[in-house]
Design a protein around this ligand. Structure first.
Ligand code: FSX
Ligand code: SF4
Ligand code: SF4
Length: 287
């Protein structure tokens, strides 16, 4: 059977590289399976540019990226990790050069997204602005969606937030696209997140939920009880961490005694101090 190649360009903008590190921790398939082998029978992702894992550097890799966008128009996937600095037309974030001139992250995102088959905004920085866009945001970091909208670029966009996102959320989304094509509006929520991974709140599946329902709240970390009064944002946060677990199904935030800090939601870093009860946030209907 012929292998179908899916070219991909992975751009890193204003972020911490945690999204890439998280993906490198993927267990099944392994990162080798993902990058070298067929990710699904007959389908291979040809990752043409990734700043952290590619062996090359300098002009040749920039040329490979540009060549991909020019020769595979509407045939490659653009993955953006990080927010986009937009102040002073993006001068605070530069990646490589073109024709001897420094290129801004903003101009790469605009150029590469316009010619892509689809764009995946990976991580909360790319999806919503995240930590780089936190107040007072002097570089005016914006999400990928905001940058595309400002330019009228209507390439299909999938947001996979999380700081970092779970590797399964990315791999599962890519595998679904390869198997069944781009998601329909039914498959995404109003924030363009795949419902398959973000369709329920943390609170709906939390093993401490019975404590919440009985008003048994931990007063300090380590107490038995629900961590709501310690600032847990599980009731307003959409992701499947309690059932998927992290690090090869080892544990997850509330499971190891912490709170859910709401890392898959817009402006999670700005809405309130992380370890204060979220009384100012309206709780959704009880489930
Ligand atoms: Fe952001 Fe990626 Fe948080 Fe970091 O670069 S989603 S800061 S984990 O890693 O973009
Ligand atoms: Fe779990 Fe947090 Fe909901 Fe409590 S508030 S049940 S700790 S998700
Ligand atoms: Fe993010 Fe909450 Fe999941 Fe932790 S439990 S990874 S803070 S969504």
């Amino acid at each position: 059977m012929d292998t179908k190649e899916y070219p991909a360009i992975w751009l890193q903008t204003a972020g911490c590289t945690g999204c890439s590190v998280s993906l490198l921790n993927v267990i099944n398939p392994s990162i080798k399976n993902l990058l070298v082998d067929e990710v699904l029978p007959g389908s291979h992702i040809n990752l043409r540019f990734h700043p952290t894992v590619m062996a090359g550097s300098g002009s040749p890799v920039i040329e490979a990226m540009v060549d991909t966008s020019e020769t595979k128009k509407k045939g490659y996937i653009l993955i953006v990790e990080g927010a986009i600095p937009t102040a002073k037309d993006g001068i605070h974030g530069l990646v490589g050069e073109k024709d001897g001139r420094p290129m801004t992250m903003k101009s790469w995102v605009e150029t590469l997204a316009a010619d892509a088959l689809a764009v995946i905004a990976l991580g909360s920085c790319a999806a919503f602005g995240g930590i780089p866009a936190a107040f007072p945001n002097p570089t005016q970091c914006r999400s990928v969606g905001e940058v595309l909208q400002a330019r009228g670029i209507d390439t299909p966009l999938i947001n996979i937030p999380g700081c970092p996102p779970h590797p399964d959320w990315f791999v599962g989304t890519v595998a679904t696209v390869l198997l069944s094509g781009l998601p329909s509006s039914e498959d995404l929520d109003e924030l363009r997140r795949p419902k398959a991974f973000y369709g329920q709140t943390i609170h709906e599946n939390c093993p401490r939920r019975a404590y919440y329902d009985e008003n048994k709240f931990a007063k300090k970390f380590g107490d038995p009880g629900c961590n709501y009064e310690l600032g847990c944002r599980g009731p307003v946060t959409h992701a499947d961490c309690p059932v998927r677990l992290w690090n090869d199904k080892m544990n997850w935030c509330v499971g190891c005694g912490a709170t859910c800090i709401g890392c898959t939601e817009p402006e999670f870093f700005d809405i309130a101090p992380l370890y204060e009860k979220i009384s100012e946030v309206a709780l959704p209907e009880e489930v």
